[in-house]
Unconditional design. Structure first.
Length: 220
């Protein structure tokens, strides 16, 4: 069970310090938004390059951007340990996933709440992770969408049938109140923003979330 705190909820004026607060996490989740694929604009390659140099944990970059076929490989080059593109924006997801892997990153595919997983199940051999969004992408602090749990189950079942080490990630509204149902549905990587960075002790919040998720270790 891996916790990937979202720095979208952190203090952008002190990013290095904010990364140190989550040194016990498995990843630092970096939301890259371009103002086109989603209405919000966050940070891009130069910031990711800088973060990769100072982060105590590997970077998990979630690209909410148009034309990931062009841009995503550069995030692998910038030092991200995992790069997730949105299937809704990718032109050739299989080629992109393979390019990310050859660039040294784990390849992730993200699905918006309205996007079905079924049509993309055949991409699993080229993926290291499937991200099921549990909010509409674009802004932090939104309410968790429990109606996405059947999709998490569907992905977990497909992964179990396929075999191999493919992670199932959830992102959006994940907190101490919602993480157990995500774990029960089959998720094993959890993105949490305000639940971690809104806490006085971010590291303790990471440990608490991991402990709650671990109660539901999914037998795959």
């Amino acid at each position: 069970m891996q916790i990937s705190p979202s720095i979208l909820a952190s203090d952008f004026a002190n990013l290095e310090q904010e990364l140190r607060r989550i040194a016990n996490a498995d990843w630092a989740h970096v939301d890259v938004m371009d103002g086109h694929f989603v209405p919000n604009l966050t940070l891009g390659l130069p910031v990711v390059e800088s973060l990769a140099r100072v982060s105590p944990v590997p970077l998990d970059c979630h690209l909410m951007i148009d034309d990931p076929d062009r841009w995503a490989p550069q995030y692998a080059e910038a030092g991200a340990g995992s790069v997730t593109f949105h299937i809704e924006a990718a032109t050739d997801a299989r080629v992109l996933a393979r390019t990310l892997r050859s660039g040294g990153a784990r390849a992730g595919m993200a699905l918006k709440p309205g996007t079905a997983f079924g049509p993309y199940a055949d991409l699993l051999p080229d993926l290291d992770m499937v991200l099921v969004m549990t909010v509409e992408p674009g802004f932090g602090g939104q309410s968790f969408m429990a109606d996405q749990m059947p999709k998490v189950r569907e992905v977990r079942e497909a992964v179990s049938r396929h075999g191999g080490e493919i992670w199932v990630q959830v992102d959006g509204g994940v907190s101490a109140d919602t993480i157990e149902q995500c774990a029960e549905a089959g998720a094993n990587v959890f993105v949490a923003g305000s639940a971690v960075y809104g806490a006085d002790d971010a590291a303790a919040a990471v440990d608490e979330l991991r402990g709650l998720a671990a109660r539901h270790v999914h037998a795959s």
